[in-house]
Ligand binder design. Sequence first.
Ligand SMILES: *[C@@H]1O[C@H](CO)[C@@H](O)[C@H](O)[C@H]1NC(C)=O
Ligand SMILES: *[C@@H]1O[C@H](CO)[C@@H](O)[C@H](O)[C@H]1NC(C)=O
Ligand SMILES: *[C@@H]1O[C@H](CO)[C@@H](O)[C@H](O)[C@H]1NC(C)=O
Length: 505
Amino acid sequence: MKFICDVGKSLAAAALAVNAVVAASPAQHVFAPFQKPLEALSSSSPLSSRPATASLVDDAKWQRIESMAALPNYQLRIKQPHLCETNSTQYSGYLDTAEDRHFFFWFFESRSGQRDAPVILWMNGGPGCSSFTGLLMELGPCRVDKGGQSASFNRYGWDEQAHVIFLDQPLNVGFSYGKDVFNSMAAGKDVYSFLQLFYHSFPEYASSELHIFGESYGGHYVPAAGKAIHEANLEFSEKLSLNSLTAAEREKRVLPLASIGVGNGLTDPLIQYKYYSQMACNSTYEPVLRQEQCDRMDASYPTCARLIEACYKWQNSLACLPAQSYCNSMLSTYQQSGANPYDVRIPCEGGNLCYPIMGDIDKYLNNPDVQKDLGSDVDKFESCSQKVYSGFWLSGDWMKPYVREIPPLLEAGIRVLIYAGDADFICNWYGNKAWSEALEWSGKESFAGLADQSWLVDGKAAGEARSFKNFSFLRVFGAGHMVPYDQPENSLDMINRWISNKPFY
Ligand SMILES: *[C@@H]1O[C@H](CO)[C@@H](O)[C@H](O)[C@H]1NC(C)=O
Ligand SMILES: *[C@@H]1O[C@H](CO)[C@@H](O)[C@H](O)[C@H]1NC(C)=O
Ligand SMILES: *[C@@H]1O[C@H](CO)[C@@H](O)[C@H](O)[C@H]1NC(C)=O
């Protein structure tokens, strides 16, 4: 019983970690290494409002239930909500699996009216945060109004030239529910099955290219989903060419994965944890900490790096938990400073979440009328689940090298965009740029040797970019962790150029 043994050890290690991080605060909403994981586990379960099994769910509210022989035990329940004041077609519903797993999605057809517009799948991070925070405060076709009673049209929504799917994953995030899964790799496989059923159920988008995008802890999810899709595509193509597909399998397809993208992500912790001191004391904005505080961070980095190297080598919770607790405790001085970890320019306001709009999103999605229109089986919405956060924390997923999933994608011709708002502390642009330059792929030297070029939007400098072959890094000026929230117009320019394969400079 190896697994049970491992879990026991990781619980013990995590308990030590919690004692070490005494300065831990309550929940933060995205990628929050400060919070106390065990407190959440022992508190009453936020999942108590979720239906125990799908059989208790009212099927009458769905307009369609789709399945495919190639994915036995999977189904997609679909309805059409009328929220968000957009005039384009919307769908929402669940991907169900026989193992009591139910993933909620909300889809918007592009308001361009173009049927073969690309499809973007969007995932927020946390771990444990709902992708509807991204929808309602960042890139969705509407933004929640102050007070959370309604949501209004967002002209900078990424649906301008793309169909956009917001997926609540991993399980027990947002309106998703079921058995827990606390690792990004397993979550990636669920994304693959979801997309197979999506393309099957909506054949009208069959020729739409697919782009997988995410933010923050999405720096784990996105490479994992990219890997799952790419490897399943290869396997499927091989069987297709050998003519060895069963009749049922022929219902599947090669998913048209064109690119992946990560905004202010955590992808290569070994490199990224080196750059917190620079962001806190010597960024392009006012310093947040005193130099001696940053010197202490720098002094801790070699130990942190040794621990992360062990995690990279063994990739299990036993090796990864010490890195996670030691390295994240380096960040407590920043958190005590009262500055916003997602934006060095501003204080953390509006409670634990640092952005008052997050409270409005909670209000909006807890409105019974909204939930009814969406078809949610879950009647209590939380922007971020403490339980999922804690589960990921205890699993040791945090420090694992998801960066290693990226080179095979690049070599296979799948484009990769790494972008970062340059005021974010927690997944800052220095660290993201540094790992982008260090990435081991055939274009490494050429990419690292490039000079950054100005990215202009309407003649104004919106950031700096570099691209070599299929790989681009983009620094976004004047944006914190949530780029589309801070720079809506520029972020729309970014995504529109990217999906139409136009250069940034
Ligand atoms: C939706 O359509 C109505 C009626 O044609 C129009 O008044 C409104 O401006 C449209 N909204 C958007 C967001 O395009
Ligand atoms: C601050 O950053 C600049 C430019 O990157 C660098 O030249 C300088 O040495 C840094 N200062 C400190 C104290 O690290
Ligand atoms: C992207 O990668 C593929 C496969 O390596 C290559 O054929 C293609 O030329 C690359 N695209 C660019 C713009 O270099």
